[in-house]
Design a protein around this ligand. Structure first.
Ligand code: AVJ
Ligand code: FE
Length: 441
């Protein structure tokens, strides 16, 4: 998000980002009936109607109460929508606002926020400087929209969402090298300058990353199918101990949503439609343990988070870290597959305009990419302003994902953006690419 210097342009930009998020929320909640909004489609997910009112409740908390100093509109509902009071699995049994009331609450909060936005000066401290907390709330709603999209993917039943498919990959993919070399040396990881970066992306700091090779594109369905047919799921030596244990317990045999068709070919279910697995598309709906096993099978490894960010941001010509692989310009549809513009990743090798200086493509958009790294604070981390956003998740239980996916909006995706999840999770829109050390010649 490039931030305007003058207040009226900034107001317009914020309003646009908030409206974009709400349009998406409405699209995801108006295409099913009330029973479907209230139902829990998977124990991993909240009912859609919970996300709807939670988004509004966070907006009320941070903007109307936090910035505007208003009294709570309905203090009795706050605990229902506090993500830390009730785990997702318990949310359907709470006395949640029914769909019409949840929509009314969200509309009411938003109306008051747009009034507040008209009068805010952006000069009263770090919370509002450059519109930060408004940006945080736009990102929060978009993150829940992505979660709601995952709920749709888990939902049984026919197709209710649609979008045009992405263009096929450009002809030059046939000539792409399989891997790119990222030179060794220090680079700036994270940021102290990106106005809407969240606390876990800060501060910018130097990291020394030795030279390594990285896959030019995410691993494809075709490559992953070879791992399966080569017996990858049967070979314990390819899996980490915890990964093998989980593979056995959950009886993993293929990515989530894959099944064998009548003549043995792979089919996948995607938003209510069953279709042949498209070979050239990045593999998706694999957990960290599957990505790790695949990499070992390929004689490679997952990239560390620092390697991923260096490949995505470091420009050897200037020695600087860019905001995005292609430079400092905000993402456009020519750079990356973001924002649910399509309902699937584009073929591997797409978006040449989004390539990094190394030549790696699709680092931003298409699929989230599992990295080898645990979710840890950067040196000098300060929790701000939303203590429970990052700090409570730091530690070895979560693995970092980078780069965003077709399901992530540009406002919540950048070269420094960090996502995280448990290494067993498969319903998220995650794939991966692999790396190897560059031999010292
Ligand atoms: C950053 C995607 C892991 O959904 O748990 C939403 C984002 N935090 N509300 C999540 C979030 C609070 C978070 N992730
Ligand atoms: Fe939330």
């Amino acid at each position: 998000m490039t931030i305007a210097a003058d207040a009226s342009t900034l107001r317009n930009e914020i309003a646009t980002r908030l409206v974009n998020a709400r349009t998406r929320t409405e699209g995801l909640t108006e295409c099913v009936d009330d029973a479907d909004l209230i139902r829990q489609h998977s124990p991993l997910m909240s009912p859609l109607v919970w996300d709807l009112a939670h988004v509004a409740n966070q907006e009320e908390l941070w903007l109307l109460r936090g910035v505007g100093g208003r009294e709570p509109m309905h203090p009795e509902i706050d605990p229902l929508y506090d993500a830390f009071e009730h785990p997702r699995a318990d949310r359907p049994s709470l006395p949640l606002l029914p769909p019409q009331q949840a929509r009314g609450y969200a509309r009411e909060v938003r109306g008051r926020v747009l009034d507040l936005l008209d009068r805010v000066s952006f000069t009263t401290g770090p919370l509002v400087e450059s519109g930060f907390v408004f940006g945080m709330i736009a990102q929060h709603e978009q993150q829940h929209d992505e979660t709601m999209l995952a709920t749709h993917q888990l939902r049984k039943g026919g197709q209710v969402l649609s979008a045009a498919p992405p263009d096929p990959a450009p002809a030059d993919v046939l000539g792409l090298r399989a891997e790119v070399l990222v030179p060794g040396g220090t680079f700036t990881m994270g940021t102290s300058a990106e106005p809407w970066a969240l606390d876990n992306e800060r501060p910018g700091h130097l990291v020394d990353v030795p030279a390594f090779y990285l896959d030019t594109t995410p691993v494809t369905n075709a490559a992953y199918a070879e791992f399966i047919s080569d017996g990858g799921y049967q070979e314990q030596r390819l899996w980490s101990p915890a990964g093998w244990q989980y593979r056995q317990k959950a009886n993993l045999t293929a990515p989530l949503f894959w099944e064998r068709g009548g003549s043995g070919q792979w089919l996948r279910r995607r938003f209510g439609v069953t279709e042949p697995v498209p070979p050239a598309e990045p593999v998706m709906h694999v957990c960290w343990y599957e990505a790790d096993a695949y990499a070992r099978w390929a004689g490679r490894r997952l990239p560390s988070e620092a390697e991923w960010e260096k490949a995505a941001r470091f420009d050897p010509a200037s020695g600087r870290s860019r905001r995005y692989p292609w430079g400092d310009a905000d993402p456009s549809p020519a750079h990356a597959n973001l924002g649910q513009r399509h309902l699937q990743p584009a073929q591997a090798g797409s978006y040449p305009m989004g390539a990094a200086p190394s030549g790696a493509r699709q680092l931003i958009g298409d699929v989230w990419e599992w990295t080898a790294s645990d979710f840890l604070p950067y040196p000098g981390f300060v929790a701000y302003p939303y203590r429970e956003y990052s700090e409570v998740f730091f530690g070895p239980d979560y693995k970092v994902l980078r780069g965003g996916a077709f399901s992530a909006d540009a406002v919540a995706c950048r070269g420094t953006f960090r996502n995280w999840d448990f290494p067993i999770r498969r319903q998220i829109f995650a794939g991966f690419r692999t790396a190897r050390d560059a031999e010292l010649a």
